[in-house]
Design a protein around this ligand. Structure first.
Ligand SMILES: Cc1cc2nc3c(=O)[nH]c(=O)nc-3n(C[C@H](O)[C@H](O)[C@H](O)COP(=O)(O)OP(=O)(O)OC[C@H]3O[C@@H](n4cnc5c(N)ncnc54)[C@H](O)[C@@H]3O)c2cc1C
Length: 508
């Protein structure tokens, strides 16, 4: 069915990538249609209920993926207005200068990006302001040059975390205030409710894609959001341009034509949409003449460390104020064992039991109350065999082969040894691809069209009016949280689109 709507731009997905591009284009007056498969997340008590969020997986997709052995599982994918940031932990890091350059690792090469940190810096600056990031410049030993300090002061540590910072200082480390997008401070809406990372904020205090991007952009009369609208295929024209998108909404299948398409469905779903969009001229899907679409899936090596305090309750409400980058380029004597250390959000009993169901509830609750929880993050090297692909019957297979695992393990053991100087017991938990929280890389950028799907402004090499702007564009994953980099590059792409499309294609 032909839809009775003629947008100038169709944006598929309302996460950080899609929301930021919408924000950049809104003031051009172009008629923008945002297609979002999910709904607005309801504000309800379950938002902050660990049993509902973790044990019952209330907000997770009901889709199933499978691994290479055919084992099926319900992935940690969330489809709502604002995308994954509705659940994110608000850590808003810039990647390091070196992350944009080719770097040799023990287990392979981290490729260069088609632009440098300096090229992205003004957009990082804007992205931080857009998301209201709080931080303190000049403390993190690995941070790149900044054109401006943070516009909001860092969120202060609560007593237990301040104590951790002191103890790390005495070990000769340089802990710093973690940059975080929470509306905290005088007049702010954060109530330090105790649930943030992996939960939904009921007070609108989390700087997420809905609050910071979509709600403001909907004030423009030329911007329309369709919820419950799942893009199922992109339809190419014979000249190589994209003619239309096929959308399933309310039981109907519609076809929407537009001069410009921005695909921002998240790294796994953007790749799947391109792979699904086959025709005689594109048997391997769209934007895929290089064959890279769906490949080079990365998610970070993520390990949690739980430091137990048998005689002290950790009453911290918002622990994510502290981070350590002293080992970003290697631990002493082992340059390959590298990564970032940051606080995890509050870990509660039901969260522990969702991974260790055999554990008695009282023990899980006790561990939750008496622990200080850390996250060790290392770069996950891109590998062609690490991929998402479609199997017959539209089944989704995720074959995950992250590069750099043993170096990560050594880094974690070093971090653990450091924490053993503070805690009598330090437990470890590794996160897998079942929770693809930092998914990226599946529609990679690059200068060589035979090795990449996108150019440096996220335009597909194959289709001049199709851009892919979400974490799928990452050529490498760095060892830091991805959302600020998605936003900064989306701002950069938005600028490019304003300059190059306005006269030709967008409404005046
Ligand atoms: C629990 C958790 C904690 C995290 N913590 C942090 C953190 O502290 N810091 C950080 O930087 N990052 C964090 N992340 C990661 C961060 O949230 C993501 O990197 C970021 O949100 C990715 O943005 P995106 O635009 O690439 O995609 P998404 O956020 O995935 O947005 C894609 C959107 O497209 C929609 N969509 C998908 N398919 C279709 C379709 N076919 N048609 C229409 N719409 C579609 C989805 O519903 C979604 O709204 C966390 C993630 C999780 C899950």
């Amino acid at each position: 069915m032909e839809a009775a709507i003629r947008p100038d731009v169709v944006i598929i997905g309302s996460g950080v990538g899609g929301g930021t591009v919408a924000r950049q284009l809104a003031e051009t007056g172009a008629r923008i249609l945002i297609l979002e498969r999910g709904s607005f997340l309801p504000n309800e008590p379950e938002n902050a209920d660990a049993e509902a969020v973790f044990t019952q997986a209330r907000y997770r997709t009901r889709e199933e993926y499978q691994d290479e052995a055919g084992r099926r599982y319900r992935p940690g994918q969330y489809y709502y207005v604002g995308g994954h940031t509705k659940f994110y932990g608000t850590a808003m890091f810039r990647f390091r200068d070196t992350d944009f350059r080719e770097t040799e690792h023990e287990d392979g090469t981290s490729p260069s990006w088609p632009f440098s940190y300096d090229d992205l810096e003004p957009f990082y600056d804007e992205a931080e302001r857009l998301f209201g990031v709080r931080g303190q410049a000049g403390q993190d030993p690995t941070e790149g040059a900044r054109s401006h300090p943070y516009s909001h002061a860092a969120i202060p540590h609560e007593p237990v975390i301040a104590d951790m910072a002191e103890r790390l200082l005495t070990q000769g480390l340089r802990p710093f205030f973690m940059p975080s997008a929470v509306d905290f401070g005088p007049g702010g809406s954060c109530r330090r409710c105790g649930t943030c990372d992996a939960f939904v904020c009921r007070y609108g205090a989390k700087g997420d894609g809905e609050m910071r991007l979509i709600r403001p952009v909907l004030k423009h009369p030329n911007v329309t959001l369709w919820t419950g609208a799942q893009a199922t295929r992109l339809l190419p024209a014979s000249d190589g341009r994209i003619a239309a998108v096929e959308v399933r909404r309310g039981g109907e299948i519609m076809r929407i034509e537009a001069p410009l398409f921005v695909l921002s469905a998240g790294a796994i779903n953007s790749a799947l949409l391109l792979l699904r969009s086959t025709d005689a001229a594109h048997p391997n899907g769209l934007a895929n003449s290089s064959g890279v679409v769906g490949r080079y899936l990365m998610n970070h090596h993520l390990s949690g460390l739980m430091g137990l305090m048998p005689f002290r309750v950790n009453d911290t409400k918002f622990p994510k104020t502290l981070s350590v980058n002293d080992f970003y380029h290697g631990v002493p004597g082992d340059g390959a064992a590298r990564g970032n250390i940051q606080m995890l959000g509050n870990i509660q009993g039901p969260m522990i039991r969702s991974a260790y169901s055999w554990m008695p509830r009282p023990l899980a609750n006790l561990l939750g109350r008496h622990s200080v929880d850390w996250l060790c993050m290392s770069e996950d090297l891109p590998r062609a065999e690490s991929r998402v692909r479609l199997l017959p019957g539209d089944r989704v297979e995720v074959a995950y082969h992250p590069g750099g695992r043993s170096a990560h393990d050594r880094f974690v053991e070093h971090a653990r040894a450091r924490l053993r100087q503070i805690f009598p017991v330090v437990l470890r938990h590794s996160f897998g691809i079942e929770a693809p929280s930092h998914q990226c890389g599946t529609v990679r950028m690059g200068v060589d069209p035979t090795q990449s799907a996108l150019d440096s402004v996220c335009r597909t090499h194959d289709h001049p009016n199709l851009y892919v702007v979400d974490a799928s564009f990452f050529p490498s994953s760095a060892a830091l949280n991805p959302a600020l980099t998605v936003c900064a590059q989306a701002l950069r792409v938005g600028n490019h689109l304003r300059a190059s499309w306005r006269n030709d294609n967008l409404a005046a």
